[in-house]
Each structure stands twice: as structure tokens, then as C-alpha cells.
Write a protein that binds this ligand. Structure first.
Ligand code: KG4
Ligand code: ZN
Length: 337
């Protein structure tokens, strides 16, 4: 079955055509608005929505032409229905539903985080339930026990900022641009670790599976303010701050994630979401995982993309889900407008 995935929850316009029965990507395309939002140090929802409107149709048309595929070869559409930014979500949902009506094919609403969570199965179909997943993105930091298809139990989460948000805010403090995660990772690699920075690892020893990242970000803020006053915020110092910030964030993620595997007696661990693209996090987990088997999507499928939505849509179809919907209001009192 040929299923088109559409992702517009934030600032990436992602599409992919996926052939489910052979697990094959027919095409995928991503238009990143990062440069546009970089000017503002973060995503501006209204700009993001307008840009999705401009990009979606050309992106799809170009790919269909390039691959010589007729639009009526598409057999179903999956689109991100939430969570995310309202305007950008509405653009994707409107586009998907209009296309589904005109082609007379199903349109399947997808939970963005569920799509991240199950994407590791695209490369590793042998991954078996139950498993534990560290689901880390710009808006979420969750440890999830995946019991079976569609049965998720959140067993740990952040009490304040998401870890991706902490990466982004720290990068903004250091003037490294948006999105911050890849910038911090790059600068950490350049660090010679000369300056003895030490940032806290909040909640690392707490007797639960939760996280807290706002204090870590605030310690960087205080340090940066002091260094600016002393006129000491050189490029080398920035590299060292990025290095220690990344170490602190990764230490917290690894401690609680491995504890979760231990508590749940899970032999499989899945890394998912944008922060799962961080190579230092992957390396450290590989070093410390013991006999736990580690799975993750390839780098480009960790951050937002159309394929994860198409892949999730295909799983829904395979599970026989029929509740594809467009919300309308058949009974609607005039007194309730
Ligand atoms: O999953 P994603 O693309 O979008 C959301 O659903 O939020 O995740 C984006 C987040 C951003 O906060 C970004 O800075 C972070 O993932 N990120 C990274 C890396 N690549 C993306 N964080 C750390 N290291 C990376 N290499
Ligand atoms: Zn995402």
C-alpha cells in the first residue's frame, strides 16, 4: 500500500511516500524553515504556518514528477494531527484532508510523538514488545514503556523544560543559532576542556524516573552573565560551556533511562525524537548499556520528517483502525456558536 505522510507540527515541512507491504521509501522530502526562524532565536508559529502553506504543494508536486508517480497511485494519507503548533498543524491537516477527499482515500490522523516512538521499527522490524523508550524532542522528555502496539505507559518525564528546549535555550544564550541541539553538539566537539566548568545534574539522584532541565539552563545563564561582565566569553570558553552542558544533560538522561530499563527488566531500549540524533548521547549509552540492546532510527529520521508519519499511518492501517475522521458538528445549536 502506498501511503503519503505529511508532517507540519513545527518548522519542518516533511513529506514521504512509503510502500508499506515492502517497507520501502518511494520518496521523501524535507523543507526546513530553520533559517527563517533563526532570525528570531526560535520558531514563530504564524510564520511557520504560512511557510507550510507555500511549501507543501510544490514539495509534493516536484517529488511526484521527479519519480514519475501519478497522484492517484497514492492509496492513503497520514498526517500529524498533534501535538504541535496549532497553525502549522491546521495547514497539514487541511492539506491532507482536502487531498483525501479529492482522491477518495482515507486520511489518518497521527500522534506526532507516537510516530517518533515507533520509528525505530522501520529499520529494525524485529524489535519486540515490551520495550523502554527514551523519547526526547523539543517539547517532550519522556521515558515510555511500550507494552504493545498503541499501549504506552509514561514512566518518567521532565518536571519543567524538555531537554531539546534546554539545548535550544542554551544555544541561544551562547549566540549559536537555532535549532540549538546540533550547534551545541558541534561546539562541544571543538572543546579542549580547558576551563573547569561544572554544571548541576538536577534530580540525577532522585528516587524516581523524572527529569528537570530548567536549573541546568539557569546555571549556564548565570555563568554566561559573569563571563560577559569579565569580558571572558571567548570562542574557546563557549566550546567548553557547550561541552559541559551536553555532558550534564546526557548524564541525567542516561542515569534515569538505564534505571528505567532496570526497574522494568527491559532488555531493549529505543532512543527516539530529535535529541536522539545527538551522537554523544548515543555513544555514552552504547558504553553504559551493559547487555541491553539499543535501537534508534537513523539520524535523519530522529528529527521531524514525513516518513515517520507515513510509517505510523501504515501501522494503523495494518491494525485495522477505521476511525479516520474529519471533525464536523452535525448537531450544533445556534445558541452555541
Ligand atoms: O523531534 P524534533 O525534530 O521536533 C520536535 O518534535 O520537537 O526535535 C527537535 C529538538 C530540538 O530541540 C533540537 O535542538 C533537538 O531536537 N536536536 C538535538 C540534536 N538534533 C536536534 N539535540 C541535541 N543534539 C542534536 N544533534
Ligand atoms: Zn518531533
Amino acid at each position: 500500500m502506498m501511503i503519503l505522510g505529511i508532517e507540519t507540527s513545527c518548522d519542518e515541512t516533511g513529506i514521504a511516500l512509503y510502500e508499506g507491504s515492502s517497507n520501502k521509501i518511494i520518496f521523501e522530502a524535507l523543507y526546513s524553515q530553520a533559517e527563517k526562524h533563526n532570525l528570531y532565536g526560535g520558531v514563530v508559529p504564524e510564520l511557520a504556518a504560512r511557510d507550510h502553506i507555500n511549501r507543501l504543494l510544490p514539495l509534493l508536486k516536484n517529488k511526484l514528477d521527479e519519480e514519475k508517480i501519478q497522484i492517484n497511485e497514492i492509496e492513503a494519507i497520514a498526517y500529524t494531527n498533534g501535538p504541535g503548533l496549532r497553525g502549522p498543524l491546521m495547514v497539514g491537516a487541511g492539506f491532507a484532508n482536502a487531498l483525501s477527499y479529492s482522491l477518495d482515500i482515507p486520511s489518518i490522523p497521527i500522534h506526532h510523538m507516537e510516530a517518533h516512538l515507533i520509528m525505530a521499527k522501520f529499520d529494525s522490524p524485529q524489535l519486540d514488545y515490551p520495550y523502554v523508550s527514551l523519547l526526547v524532542s523539543g517539547g517532550h522528555t519522556l521515558i515510555v514503556k511500550v507494552l504493545s502496539a498503541e499501549q504506552y505507559k509514561v514512566i518518567g518525564q521532565t518536571r519543567d523544560d524538555a531537554v531539546g528546549e534546554a539545548f535550544d535555550k542554551t544555544a541561544k544564550l551562547l549566540n549559536l543559532g537555532y535549532p540549538g541541539g546540533p550547534q551545541i553538539e558541534k561546539r562541544a566537539l571543538l572543546s579542549e576542556d580547558k576551563y573547569p566548568f561544572s554544571f548541576p545534574r538536577p534530580m540525577i539522584n532522585s528516587n524516581d524516573l523524572d527529569f528537570s532541565f530548567s536549573g541546568l539552563k539557569t546555571s549556564v545563564l548565570y555563568k554566561v552573565n559573569d563571563l560577559k561582565k569579565e569580558n571572558n566569553l571567548s570562542e574557546n570558553v563557549i566550546n567548553d560551556i557547550a561541552h559541559e552542558f551536553q555532558n550534564a544533560a546526557v548524564d541525567c538522561l542516561i542515569e534515569k533511562t538505564l534505571r528505567a530499563c532496570h526497574v522494568e527488566k527491559s532488555k531493549s531500549l529505543v532512543l527516539s525524537g530529535g535529541v536522539a540524533a545527538n551522537k554523544y548521547l548515543r555513544k555514552k549509552l552504547e558504553e553504559k548499556k551493559g547487555n541491553i540492546k539499543l535501537y534508534y532510527p537513523d539520524l535523519k529520521h530522529c528529527t521531524d520528517n514525513g516518513l515517520m508519519i507515513a510509517f505510523a499511518g501504515y501501522q494503523k492501517i495494518k491494525q485495522g483502525r477505521k476511525n479516520y475522521f474529519i471533525e464536523v458538528t452535525p448537531r450544533w445549536s445556534l445558541e452555541n456558536v
